[in-house]
Write a protein that binds this ligand. Structure first.
Ligand SMILES: Nc1ncnc2c1ncn2[C@@H]1O[C@H](COP(=O)(O)OP(=O)(O)OP(=O)(O)O)[C@@H](O)[C@H]1O
Ligand SMILES: [Mg+2]
Length: 297
């Protein structure tokens, strides 16, 4: 069983074809990087996978469940296994970090409760409903789950801060924590390292790597940052003219006869590659963050 399979996706914006019969397949536990020139449609592809955009054609299967392609929605039950991290983080600005993390938990509980009420009114057995158990979670249970997520992601110290009060690197961590709080099996990340300084970048790369290695989360990451792909040991697919190339490791990228790839290698990468594809350890990251005063414990 594949984790995510998209077939024959077609999407036009104002007469311009952005996705042109694009196919994608991601194995469980894999990290797939999607790269390509600016404006090529990478974010659009991710939004289509996440149910935020409706293609005019195509199908998507997520962990063996078919997504609704007529009325796509991120709330489609087939997408319960997906977490989404937006290019601009999309945190809710007038909510604290803690409340941003709590929100999906509350939302899911209330949605399941509402569904159960409807099922009961139709005299259908509510036990057939997915997510059973989540509707019985008390406010205390939800709070504990959110607090645990804050701790796991090393952002507990920031729980009472508002998004504008924390660094971009921390905002990205919060966005990942929010995407992961419902324990999805796959994570979609849009340019997670853009705008970050070296240390915040390293810390985010380690976070994604840990989610993948320790929690076996499948990852699709859209990025211009091919050092990121290399550090994560990901396979890379290039979006070019609306289609995705066959995924391949970084070392075999040069074989692709595409302007984007030629420019990339001409620009700054030699055989041994970029500057920092060695991953920092968690201990090194914590020590550096403590030195900078970003963490108090
Ligand atoms: N809602 C929209 N309405 C109209 N056109 C759009 C819309 N969203 C994106 N586009 C256009 O679709 C194309 C693909 O956009 P998209 O944001 O997916 O590219 P991208 O590869 O993510 O770019 P970047 O690398 O700069 O993030 C662009 O030409 C963009 O202008
Ligand atoms: Mg984009």
């Amino acid at each position: 069983m594949a984790a995510i399979v998209a077939r024959d996706l077609v999407l036009d914006y104002e007469g311009k074809r952005v996705l042109d019969h694009a196919d994608l397949s991601v194995e469980p536990g894999e990290i797939l990087c999607v790269s390509g020139p600016s404006g090529e449609g990478k974010s659009t592809l991710l939004r289509v996978l996440g149910g935020l955009e409706r293609p005019s054609q195509g199908s998507i299967r997520i962990f063996d469940r078919d997504c609704d392609m007529v009325r796509p929605s991120p709330l489609d039950e087939a997408r319960d296994d997906l977490g989404f991290v937006f290019q601009n983080c999309a945190l809710i600005s007038n909510m604290t970090v803690y409340n941003n993390i709590l929100l999906p938990l509350k939302f899911r509980r209330d949605r399941i409760r509402a569904n159960r009420r409807v099922m009961r009114s139709w005299r259908l057995a509510p036990s057939r409903l997915p997510g059973l158990g989540a509707d019985r979670m008390s406010d205390r249970d939800l709070a504990e789950t959110a607090e645990q997520a804050l701790r796991n992601m090393l952002i507990y110290d920031y729980r009472n801060s508002f998004p504008h009060e924390i660094s971009l690197g921390m905002q990205k961590r919060v966005a990942v924590a929010r995407a992961m709080v419902l324990n999805p099996r796959a994570l979609l990340l849009d340019e997670p390292t853009s705008g970050l300084d070296l240390l915040s970048r390293q810390s985010l790369v380690a976070l994604v790597s840990n989610l993948n290695k320790l929690r076996k989360v499948t990852v699709v990451v859209v990025t211009h940052d091919l050092d990121l792909a290399r550090t994560l040991d990901a396979r890379i697919s290039i979006l070019s003219r609306g289609k995705l190339t066959e995924p391949r490791p970084y070392d075999r990228l040069r074989e692709l006869d595409l302007p984007f790839v030629r420019e990339l290698f001409a620009e700054h990468l030699d055989e041994n590659g970029g500057s920092d594809h060695k991953m920092m350890t968690d201990a090194e990251i914590s020590a550096e963050l403590r030195r900078r005063g970003e963490f108090s414990d």
